[in-house]
Design a protein around this ligand. Sequence first.
Ligand SMILES: *Cc1c(COP(=O)(O)O)cnc(C)c1O
Length: 396
Amino acid sequence: MTPRLRTAAVHAGERPDPATGASSPNLVMSSTFVTRDPTGFSAHDLDEDSGYLYTRWSNPTVAQLEAKLCALEGAESCLCFGSGMAAAAGLLLSLLDSGDHVVMSDTNYAGVAELGRDTLPRLGIDVSFADTSDPRNVEAALRPATKLIWLETPANPIVRLTDIAAVTRIAAAQPGVRVAVDSTFATPVATRPLELGAHYVMHSLTKYIGGHGDAVGGAVLGARDDISALRLEAGIHYGGVLSPFNAWLIMRGAATLPLRMKAHEESALAVARWLEGHPRVTRVIYPGLASHPQHELARRQMANFSGMLTFRTGDGAELAERLARDLRVIHYAVSLGHHRSLVFRLDTESLMESSFRLEGAQLESYRRYAGDGIFRMSVGLEDPEDLCADLERVLE
Ligand SMILES: *Cc1c(COP(=O)(O)O)cnc(C)c1O
């Protein structure tokens, strides 16, 4: 019997400790492991049945989290990293060679956007940035040298969606093209990209999966052979692996992910509706609102609308100062997916300069969502009435 999502979140990857009967997972901090098997010293000697040897290769606590994430995401295999950026960089650098071409969402997490615009081209990897919210733009960007399509949906910071199944169908028509999805905003509760034909799914565990704002981590999931190759190169050789302590914290967070996502969605919908009715708010973007330009796609692709929304007002820069100074419940801070609500203003012009550098139709599409700037809000687990009251006091 395959357990359902809430059961898998609680139990997958865990079992009572055979030595002590401990019901909660042990935290194994050991960096090295005593072995009776004098195997080789190279990671190339590692196989599926090797015991634990050294924590950069694999660690029992991290392995428990990896098994839990596999169960949630419906994946064969998972590799955890020290951060979401380590996961993204590890996947991109280990898949791509000089001369390869990658198609990347033109709007995505700023760190990945900058990696795509600065680091990859420096290594001789060509990157095309496409507005992936229209799959035809992905098709038009493909070249014979294309190895990878990198999607992020919902995309940071404007919560614009990409139809994953439509893009994987386009990719399947050209042999050798893989599809990776940064699914941090969606979580496996909302969307399971591997079931929609993607080859890799990536998460910043720092966000919803950890869920409590106290541990940085990342993960990539996919087919067994793909993740074994990734472990050898990105895990063992680049070395940006997850600390067992963070794995232990993130595992505790992941156990309540389905319940938290339900509450995040319910409160985000309440806050989004309240913001839509506020006279000073000019635009609210939330996949769960009928006013989201891709609400139909959201209903099809997201079993949960998540807790990320953005809103605009006429006086964004000035309001940002007041929010930072006067909010009492909501924290004015970057990051997202925590039990605490967080809000932060992203000014369109400065984001274009630092990260996205969009022009023409792509800039137009971004501006249709974001105007001169948006407030990105991660709706937490507080009572939504208190969140609205906190905003109301400052918005007046
Ligand atoms: C935060 C985030 C990342 C980077 O993750 P870190 O854990 O901060 O390194 C990547 N993608 C998305 C969508 C994110 O929100």
